[in-house]
Design a binder for this molecule. Structure first.
Ligand SMILES: [Fe+2]
Length: 199
């Protein structure tokens, strides 16, 4: 029983050009994201088989693999909807006010998150998240798909810093990708996530 499925893109793969090439989007969505969906479903099947057999000899590896694939699916699903051909500029309204309040200014926030994208060690992500206990926005730097994240947060804006997200177009220049991606961020989607997370 497949629990997870690959969401369709809301735009053509070439719609994010010149900031993100059509070939990157095709491969990233159709191959890489699909692999995390398949990995999540396969791991759930293996855990069900372990319960059936009462054999938990592989449980540590399976739980880690489940976290990797499910978190990968969640992050990519948010990433594709965070982006769009009508993106760019900067947020308005309550999200803009919260960013100003908690990071000093939009420019300071953007510089912080750009550096989080550029400097993540190995493969990972940067994310703007809502943290409900403190009632505030935070920037996270995530390794792989799941390491160093904070429980209970709601991701609002997720930027993929894995090489598969940019290397075909930007080669080793991750900073160029990390700067260009702001041109296709749909702040309307981020603001809707912010509103939903707080209410
Ligand atoms: Fe990715």
């Amino acid at each position: 029983m497949a629990t997870y499925s690959l969401p369709d893109l809301a735009y053509d793969p070439g719609a994010l050009e010149p900031h993100l090439s059509a070939r990157i989007v095709e491969l990233h969505h159709g191959k890489h994201h699909q692999a995390y969906v398949d990995g999540a479903n396969t791991t759930l099947d293996k855990l069900a088989a372990a319960r059936e057999a009462g054999d938990y000899g592989s449980i540590v590896g399976l739980q880690k693999t489940l976290a990797f694939h499910v978190a990968g699916h969640v992050l990519h699903s948010i990433y594709w909807t965070n982006l769009g051909p009508d993106g760019g500029d900067r947020p308005t309204g309550e999200l803009a006010d919260a960013i100003d309040e908690q990071f000093g200014s939009f420019d300071a926030f953007r510089a912080h998150m750009t550096q989080a994208t550029v400097s993540v060690q190995g493969s990972g992500w940067s994310a703007l998240v809502w943290e409900p206990v403190g009632g505030r926005l935070l920037v996270e730097q995530i390794e792989d798909h799941q390491d160093h994240t904070i429980l209970g947060i709601t991701p609002l804006l997720c930027i993929d810093a894995w090489e598969h997200a940019y290397y075909l177009q930007y080669e080793n220049r991750r900073a160029d990708y990390a700067n260009a991606i702001w041109n296709v961020v749909r702040w309307s989607d981020v603001a809707a996530r912010f509103e939903a997370a707080r209410t």
